[in-house]
Design a protein around this ligand. Structure first.
Ligand code: AMP
Length: 291
């Protein structure tokens, strides 16, 4: 830690505080994430440490680089590549207007990062605009990959705030215990719609029930024919049979291919949700300009 000079605090994340810092000799600017653990007496679980050290190997242009993991007594500090802002702050700076080309480019980069992590068997499990970081060159990078597996899916933030449910798929909301890459694809769909709508969240539920209700009112309530495994989920409960709404009214600025892609991501049955590798070759991206 002595090698770094803290510049300022930049955020309170799910797992701890984030600082902007400078390496004393190389002068490189980094983001330091200091993890707080629920039970500080127990120290950092070795399983978490092992998981996190593996993330150092996850090197991709659309994934925030983890340069180093510093572990001392009861603290864990992760040294990350520094990015200028997150997607939430970007939305604020655009004042509700994200142009169609930027939406397409950000979505493409989000899927490139996801495809890479998924191909390496790493899930995010808690994707949201706050952990999509953007640098000056318009590059989008996924942050906090793998942390949910190391520390558990967050319920509270470090500051005891409840974690947002807005990007969680119905299977996870009904307490599915087995996760796969489909969890991140749902979140990607929610973020896609939010970008297209200039930063207005698609499904801002205030608790699990309200979140599920909003999902079903948008997509139509799944049936045991469209999703037979739903009934076996620990927190399964019956909802009224809502009819689906047309996405034309939900995301009016998205073109037809964009709406088709969104529809294939926002599928209640995780088995039929589009995977990142398939989403990348979707017709919506025919004219994408790679950064
Ligand atoms: P997080 O724990 O990733 O949710 O971090 C909380 C906030 O800190 C984020 O919303 C970002 O604004 C900021 N942040 C996290 N990581 C970085 C980074 N690598 N570079 C710059 N800002 C970051």
């Amino acid at each position: 830690m002595d090698q770094y000079e803290k510049i300022e605090k930049i955020g309170e994340g799910t797992y701890g505080t984030v600082y902007k810092a400078k390496h004393k000799t190389s002068k490189e600017i980094v983001a330091l994430k200091r993890v707080r653990l629920d039970d500080e007496d127990e120290g950092v679980p070795s399983s978490a440490l092992r998981e996190i050290c593996l993330l150092k190997e996850l090197k991709h242009r659309n994934v925030v680089r983890l340069y180093d993991v510093l572990h001392s007594e009861h603290r864990l500090t992760m040294v990350f590549e520094y990015c200028d802002q997150d997607l939430k702050k970007y939305f604020d700076s655009c004042k509700g207007n994200v142009d169609a080309k930027t939406v397409q480019s950000f979505m493409h980069q989000l899927l490139l990062g996801l495809d890479f992590c998924h191909a390496n068997n790493v899930l995010h499990r808690d994707l949201k605009p706050q952990n999509l970081l953007i640098n000056k060159n318009g590059e989008l990078k996924l942050a906090d990959f793998g942390l949910a597996r190391a520390f558990g899916l967050p319920i509270h933030c470090f500051s005891a705030e409840v974690v947002t449910l807005w990007y969680r798929p119905p299977d996870v909301l009904m307490d599915a215990k087995v996760y796969d890459t489909s969890i991140d694809m749902w979140s990607a769909g929610c973020i896609f719609a939010e970008m297209a709508n200039g930063g207005v969240p698609l499904l801002p539920g205030y608790d699990v029930d309200d979140e599920l209700k909003r999902i079903f009112k948008l997509l139509g309530t799944p049936t045991l024919t469209t999703w037979p495994e739903m009934k076996q989920l620990p927190s399964y409960k019956e909802f009224p049979a809502y009819p689906p709404v047309s996405l034309v009214n939900v995301c009016p600025t998205l073109n037809e291919q964009g709406r088709k892609l969104l529809q294939q991501l926002l599928v209640c049955n995780p088995k039929y949700r589009l995977r990142a590798n398939k989403a990348l070759v979707h017709a919506y991206f025919v004219d994408v300009q790679s950064r």
